[in-house]
Design a protein around this ligand. Structure first.
Ligand code: FAD
Length: 286
């Protein structure tokens, strides 16, 4: 099913994000996780595309296997990194042929060892270009990423992200999934401003259940998601006790989702990271 039909029929939607594992054991874990999450009937599940375009084949294989062997609706992430338009056209044609209907179109980050994103000759510089290309090429449904606290490279902060989200919508994106955030006010402010700019596509909040405080502090600094003082105060003293952090992470994500759902979000997209426990607990709490 195409994403626009899924989102029109399921309100609020629950969806999960996975990454393509590097090893056979990792892949076994992913399949166990998919089986455990399937009874929750997610509206869709998405599979990331490795930094630097490094997992193109693995992403495709996982997405196609989800399509073939489960009843879940997969969405393939796709970035501009390291690919020419011809490469992208070939991959998109393969996706279409294997019944994949939904793509999350991204610019991507700089490959390891490089400081900045650089478009390849004959490739694209921004997600806006990729959205346009996919819509013109083969009519797959396209979702995009957006940043309620601003993308780390956006000189104009949130205003830039809103401007480019509007262009993504105008080029044919039918939904946006946000970077994770821990203070829902960031999302509500962003949604209000988006509405004023004529952005009407569903903006699905990305939810990160914290499983490791120190990791999330490091990762959030890179991706521009702020961690509120109250969260530091709660988790820092017990940072080494991973069971306690996991329990707190589930409680916080549950409370966050409850507040978002009661404030009319189109759905919640949980960064499941190939583990089922937190997602199952959050959904059962909800
Ligand atoms: C939900 C979600 C899923 C993700 N999945 C993946 C993944 O699978 N693989 C991966 O490698 N990364 C992934 N990322 C990370 C993403 O690739 C990085 O955040 C990347 O730096 C930006 O990608 P983008 O699509 O948002 O880029 P863009 O929307 O192209 O934005 C990049 C920068 O350029 C600016 N900009 C955007 N459009 C224009 C324009 N037309 N003209 C001038 N400036 C512009 C923006 O303000 C921003 O600073 C994901 C992020 C999110 C939120």
């Amino acid at each position: 099913m195409k994403l626009e039909d899924i989102l029109a029929n399921t309100k609020p939607s629950i969806s999960f994000e996975f990454f393509p594992p590097k090893t056979d054991k990792g892949e076994e874990n992913l399949w166990r996780c998919i089986q455990e999450l399937s009874p929750l009937k997610p509206a869709f599940v998405s599979v990331t595309y490795g930094a630097g375009g490094s997992t193109q084949n693995r992403t495709r294989r996982i997405v196609e296997r989800i399509r073939k062997e489960t009843t879940l609706e997969p969405m393939a992430h796709l970035t501009c990194v390291g690919s020419t338009q011809q490469d992208l056209a070939t991959l998109l044609a393969q996706y279409k042929a294997s019944g994949i209907k939904n793509i999350l179109a991204l610019r991507g980050d700089a490959p390891e060892g490089k400081d900045e994103f650089e478009a390849v000759t004959g490739g694209f510089s921004y997600a806006t270009d990729l959205v346009k290309f996919i819509r013109e090429q083969n009519g797959l449904s396209v979702a995009v990423a957006t940043y309620p606290e601003g993308h780390p490279e956006s000189a104009g902060g949130v205003a830039d992200d809103l401007k480019y989200l509007k262009i993504k919508q105008d080029e044919g994106a039918i939904a946006a999934v946000t970077q994770y955030f821990f203070d829902n006010e960031h999302y509500y402010r962003f949604r209000d401003q988006a509405e004023k700019l004529g952005i009407t596509i569903p903006i699905i909040p990305g939810i990160m259940p914290i499983a490791n405080y120190e990791q999330i502090v490091r990762f959030s600094a890179m991706c521009g998601a702020s961690i509120p003082d109250w969260l530091h105060a709660k988790m820092k003293p017990v940072a080494q006790d991973l069971d306690t952090i996991k329990t707190m992470g589930i409680e916080l994500a549950t409370a966050q989702c409850q507040d978002l759902i009661s404030n009319g979000v189109p759905g919640v997209h949980i960064y499941a990271l190939n583990k089922s426990e937190a997602s199952i607990a959050i959904c059962s709490n909800l």
